[in-house]
Design a protein around this ligand. Structure first.
Ligand code: SF4
Length: 81
């Protein structure tokens, strides 16, 4: 395995965390999608669609930015196990 392949594998290493959103608390303000556009997308009504699978290591920083950006505290990181 090349150095680049090892680096890519490390970045995609599972973290045991998922990005979650509370649809009752969320007001569709969209700050989370602006903070982490690669990870969070908005549906046609402006509500976030987050990955259902466990986050990779390279997703953690943008996921934390999305969590921190939410003025309603409707988004959080959750341990999967
Ligand atoms: S920033 Fe918070 S309230 Fe706004 S869309 Fe994202 S999760 Fe919902």
């Amino acid at each position: 395995m090349s150095a680049l392949q090892r680096l890519r594998a490390a970045r995609e290493r599972p973290t045991g965390q998922k990005l979650r959103v509370d649809p009752v608390v969320c007001e569709g303000i969209g700050q989370c999608a602006m903070a982490a556009s690669r990870l969070v997308h908005l549906d046609r009504w402006g509500y976030p669609i987050v990955p259902t699978e466990e986050l990779g290591a390279s997703d953690l920083a943008p996921a934390q930015r999305a969590v921190n950006s939410c003025p309603r505290h409707a988004m959080w990181l959750e341990e999967t196990s």
